[in-house]
Design a protein around this ligand. Structure first.
Ligand code: SAH
Length: 356
């Protein structure tokens, strides 16, 4: 995992020195260094920042996730020692909304947050004073059922990329180009190495992408769920199947940007490969549900009723509440590209929201 030390102020200069000394670095190493610096040095969320996430759009998002967790917990027999766990909690907004909804159902679990950014930990502490923090999922409690949430966490984790040309497979690597950086094919992989590549449907000339960090984390969480009980809800933008090619993107001030300039100053993401996460989790003995579209999941969890009751309580805010519901659920907004997948421990119940 990335370290929690403040990164050097000029990441581009540090990366240039590293490439001068070591040679070109993998796309994953570039992405890891860029995002560690990016999240350590700012709160990127909201209109004044770089991007807006679902929990920052409306309280309904976190509340419905809280109700989903509470329902699973209730039907699992209300285990008294269950913990709330969130990976990459941002400002802590989702957790605060989910925990408020869970309290209504009699569920008040201890809060365990996995977060590497010191600056975002401060924001989370203000929202969730009783929480405990972890540098990575490895130090989460090992003897209690876990109610795990990860929203827009996996997309920020580093991915490697490979390209097949006429000669064979190459890993894509990052080198210096003038004042900036560029991505180029590295040396031809030795015969046999290509067998280690993700078994995806390779389109000619296509790029294959895999986040090994992501599949390792999904597998690790699934192993805990299989041993300790519990569930994980993973929400992110991405695809249900492998083989979507190059999905690396940079976002700054709500616009797409060039990933190869200003590393550490803009958000780098890849689309989440839900098939890879699901396979890693299934291999550890949990059941996998979905992914389904975020819109379908939120509608199944009752977002229409929740929006109506919020609007009834504050009629002056009706327009804003309806707009937020649309943004979270409409197919041409966050309803389809964003997907929801559940990992469920053996003997835990079949989750709501994944039928059909
Ligand atoms: N879930 C929040 C924030 C999403 S942004 C929301 O929906 O608003 C990604 C979050 O993951 C940030 O909190 C970021 O600091 C954290 N993060 C990124 N890489 C991480 C890593 N390797 N380990 C732990 N947290 C990480």
């Amino acid at each position: 995992m990335t370290n929690t030390n403040p990164s050097p102020p000029d990441l581009a200069a540090a990366l240039r020195a590293r490439i001068a000394a070591e040679g070109p670095i993998s796309v994953a190493d570039y992405m890891a260094a860029a995002n560690a610096h990016y999240y350590a040095t700012r709160d990127p969320f909201g209109a004044a920042g770089d991007f807006v996430t679902a929990p920052e759009i409306s309280q309904m998002f976190g509340e419905l996730i809280g109700l989903w967790l509470a329902d699973m917990w209730q039907r699992a027999g209300r285990p008294a020692d269950a913990r709330y766990v969130e990976l990459g909690p941002g400002r802590g907004t989702l957790a605060a909304d989910a925990l408020r909804a869970m309290r209504g159902a009699g569920l008040t679990p201890p809060i365990e947050l996995v977060e590497t950014s010191p600056m975002l930990r401060d924001a989370q502490q203000a929202a969730l004073p009783a929480a405990r923090w972890h540098d990575d999922a490895g130090s989460l409690p090992g003897n209690a059922p876990l109610l795990i949430v990860a929203n827009e966490f996996f997309d920020a984790l580093p991915a490697r990329q490979w390209l097949r040309d006429g000669d064979g497979w190459h890993e894509l690597v990052v080198e210096m180009a003038g004042d900036g950086f560029r991505r180029v094919p590295g040396p031809l992989l030795r015969e046999g190495t290509a067998g280690l590549l993700p078994s995806q449907e390779h389109r000619d000339g296509g790029i294959v992408e895999l986040s090994e960090v992501s599949t390792a984390i999904a597998g690790g969480l699934a192993g805990r769920l299989a041993r300790q009980g519990g569930v994980a809800l993973i929400v992110d933008y991405g695809h249900a199947r492998h083989g979507q090619g190059d999905t690396l993107q940079a976002v700054s001030r709500h616009e797409f940007a060039d990933p190869w300039t200003a590393p550490g100053e803009q958000d780098l993401t890849v689309h989440v490969d839900f098939e890879a996460l699901g396979d890693a989790a299934r291999g550890e003995g949990v059941r996998v549900f979905g992914p389904v579209g975020q819109g379908a999941f939120l509608r199944a969890m009752g977002i229409d009723l929740r929006a109506a009751s919020l609007a009834k309580a504050s009629p002056g805010r009706t327009e804003e509440i309806v707009a937020a519901r649309e943004r979270l659920t409409a197919a041409d907004q966050m309803g389809r590209l964003f997907k929801v997948m559940a990992l469920v421990a053996p003997r835990w119940p079949v989750p709501e929201g994944f039928q059909g």
